[in-house]
Design a binder for this molecule. Structure first.
Ligand code: NAP
Ligand code: MG
Length: 491
C-alpha cells in the first residue's frame, strides 16, 4: 500500500515531469545536406566520392552526410598541413598567430547558439548542456591558448620552446566541439599545424568549426578537418609525416594507436577511458553530495570520460543516500534533448545503447539490486532510464569496466583506508570525487587517490586553465592549462 510519503513524492514527480515543453528553436542553425572535407582552406569531396550518414539519435532521422576520407585524402591533408607549417605558420610571429586564435574564439562565441543547436541535434546531449557548458567552454579554450601564443618564454622559463610540426588529432563523440578546441587551440598557439578527425557519429560541429576557420582567414592548410571512421583515424596515425598524435577516446583504441607508433619518433598524448569513484563520508552535506552524484553520472547521459560512475558511501549514511538518490532520479526529465527542461537526452548511438544494455543485463545476471526511474521514454530514438545498482561487489564487471552511460554502482565502506583501497582498485584513474566536511580528510584522500583530477565537494568542474588527464589505463599527458602546452613543443 502506498504510504503518505509515497503519495507526496508521486505528486512532486508528476508535476516535475509535466513542465510545459520549452523547445529550443532550430531556426538559428542551418544543417546542410552534405559536408565535404576541409583541406588546405577549401571544402572538397573525398577522392573516393563516398559519404556516410550522420543521424539525430533523439529521432533516428538522418541529419546530413559527411565525406569519408580515405588514405589518399589523409595524405593530401597531411601534405597541406606540412606545407602550411614550413612556408607560413612556423615563421609567423607568435603575436600574429595569437590573433588568429583569438579570432576563432570570438567567432565561436558569436555563433554559439548555432553551435549548441547542431551539437545537440547531432549528438543527443541536452541543449542546456551544449548551450551552457560545451560551447562556452570550447570558446574559452581558444581564448585561453590565444593568450599563451606570444608568452611561451614565460610558460617555459630559460628554455626556447619550438613547435613540433604537424599534429594528427583524433576525437570522440561525447564532447565533439569541446574536444576539437582542446586539441586545436594549444597546437596552434605553439606554432604547429593540424589534421583533425572527429568521430563518425558527430562530425557536424567540427565542420561548422571548419567554416569558422575559413572565415577567420587562417592561412590555408594550418587546420585541416577530415571526416571518416576508424580506418581514417588509423591512416592518420600511420602517416609517416606526422610529428605528434593527440588522441581522446577509448582505452582499447588508445592501445592500438600506441602500438602503431611504437618505434617511430612521433610524440603522443592519450586521453582515455575512466571509471571515477565518488566518495561520500558520513560528515558530508548529504543533499549537496546527492546532487553532485546526479550531476556527475546522469546529466549528459553518463557520456563523460570522468563521469562519477562508482559511488562509495560510508555505511552509516548509506540508507539515507540511496533513498535520496532514488527520489532525485525520479524527478529527472529524460527526453527531447532540444527541450530546455531536459536533464537526460539521447544516448549517442544505437551501438552505445546496446553496449549499456549489455552491462545492465550483466549486472542483473550477477544478482545485484537494480533501480530505474519510472519515467516514460520517448517512443523513438535512443533513450535509457537513469539506473542504479546497489549491493554491488567490487570485483563485478559493472563496477570495474567503463559503461559510458547513465548507470551508477553503489557500494559501502567503513574507514578512510577502505574507501581509498576500493576507489583505487580499478584499471582506470582519470578522476575522483570526495564529499566531506573536513579539510584534512580532503587532503588525505587527494594525496592517496590515483586519479588525474580529484574534485572536493563538487564534481565535473572544468576550466581552461586547469590541466586534465589520466593515471593508469586512463592515458598519459595533460590537456588544458600550462601543462597542455608541453606536449606540442620541444626544446
Ligand atoms: P573510440 O571508439 O576510441 O573512438 C575515438 C576516436 O578514434 C573516433 O574518432 C574513432 O573514429 C577513432 N578511431 C576508431 N578506431 C581507430 C583506430 N584504429 N585508429 C585511429 N582512430 C580510431 O572512442 P569513442 O567511443 O568515440 O569515445 C568514448 C571513449 O572516449 C570513452 O572510453 C571515453 O572515456 C573516452 N573519452 C576520454 C576523454 C578523456 O579526456 N580522457 C574524453 C572524452 C572521451 P569513429 O568515431 O569513426 O569510430
Ligand atoms: Mg549524429
Amino acid at each position: 500500500m502506498a504510504t503518505k510519503r509515497d503519495n507526496t513524492l508521486k505528486l512532486k514527480f508528476d508535476s516535475a515531469r509535466k513542465l510545459s515543453p520549452a523547445p529550443e528553436s532550430r531556426s538559428s542553425a542551418t544543417i546542410r545536406p552534405r559536408y565535404d572535407l576541409f583541406i588546405n582552406g577549401k571544402f572538397e569531396p573525398s577522392s573516393g566520392k563516398k559519404y556516410f550518414d550522420t543521424i539525430n539519435p533523439a529521432t533516428g532521422e538522418k541529419l546530413s552526410e559527411a565525406a569519408e576520407a580515405n588514405a589518399a585524402d589523409v595524405d593530401k591533408a597531411v601534405k597541406a598541413a606540412r606545407n602550411a607549417y614550413e612556408k607560413c605558420w612556423k615563421k609567423m610571429p607568435a603575436k600574429e598567430r595569437g590573433k588568429y586564435v583569438f579570432r576563432i574564439a570570438r567567432m565561436v562565441q558569436e555563433r554559439a547558439r548555432e553551435f549548441a543547436i547542431v551539437e545537440t541535434m547531432d549528438g543527443g546531449k541536452p541543449i542546456r548542456e551544449s548551450r551552457d557548458f560545451d560551447i562556452p567552454t570550447a570558446a574559452n579554450h581558444f581564448f585561453y591558448y590565444a593568450g599563451w601564443a606570444d608568452k611561451l618564454e614565460y610558460a617555459f622559463p630559460n628554455r626556447t620552446a619550438k613547435s613540433l610540426g604537424v599534429a594528427g588529432q583524433i576525437i570522440p563523440w561525447n564532447f565533439p566541439l569541446l574536444m576539437a578546441s582542446w586539441k586545436i587551440a594549444p597546437a596552434l598557439a605553439t606554432g604547429n599545424t593540424v589534421v583533425l578527425k572527429p568521430a563518425e557519429t558527430t562530425p557536424l560541429t567540427a565542420m561548422l568549426l571548419a567554416e569558422v576557420i575559413q572565415e577567420a582567414d587562417l592561412p590555408p592548410g594550418v587546420v585541416n578537418i577530415i571526416t571518416g571512421g576508424g580506418s581514417t583515424g588509423a591512416a592518420l596515425v600511420n602517416h609517416p609525416d606526422i610529428n605528434k598524435i593527440a588522441f581522446t577516446g577509448s582505452t582499447e583504441v588508445g592501445k592500438i594507436i600506441q602500438r602503431a607508433i611504437a618505434g617511430t619518433s612521433k610524440k603522443i598524448t592519450l586521453e582515455l577511458g575512466g571509471k571515477a569513484p565518488n566518495i561520500i563520508f558520513d560528515d558530508a552535506p548529504i543533499d549537496q553530495a546527492v546532487e553532485g552524484v546526479v550531476n556527475g553520472i546522469f546529466f549528459n547521459q553518463g557520456h563523460v570520460c570522468c563521469a562519477g560512475s562508482r559511488l562509495y558511501v560510508q555505511e552509516s549514511v548509506m540508507n539515507d543516500v540511496v533513498r535520496k538518490l532514488r527520489d532525485r532520479i525520479e524527478t529527472l526529465i529524460v527526453g527531447d534533448p532540444m527541450d530546455k527542461n531536459t536533464d537526460i537526452g539521447a544516448i549517442n548511438s544505437k551501438q552505445q545503447l546496446d553496449k549499456i544494455n549489455k552491462y545492465i543485463k550483466i549486472g542483473l545476471g550477477e544478482g545485484y539490486d537494480m533501480y530505474q526511474s519510472s519515467c516514460v521514454l520517448p517512443d523513438r530514438g535512443f533513450f535509457l532510464r537513469p539506473t542504479i545498482f546497489t549491493n554491488v561487489a567490487q570485483s563485478s564487471r559493472i563496477a570495474q569496466e567503463e559503461i559510458f552511460g547513465p548507470v551508477l554502482t553503489i557500494q559501502s565502506f567503513r574507514t578512510d583506508e577502505e574507501a581509498i583501497e576500493k576507489a583505487n582498485n580499478n584499471p582506470y584513474g582519470l578522476s575522483a570525487g570526495v564529499w566531506t566536511d573536513k579539510g584534512s580528510k580532503i587532503f588525505n584522500m587527494t594525496a592517496k587517490l590515483r586519479a588525474g583530477v580529484v574534485w572536493a565537494n563538487t564534481f565535473n568542474k572544468f576550466d581552461p586553465a586547469s590541466p586534465f588527464g589520466g593515471y593508469k589505463e586512463s592515458g598519459y599527458g595533460r590537456e588544458g592549462g600550462l601543462h597542455g602546452l608541453q606536449p606540442y613543443v620541444t626544446f
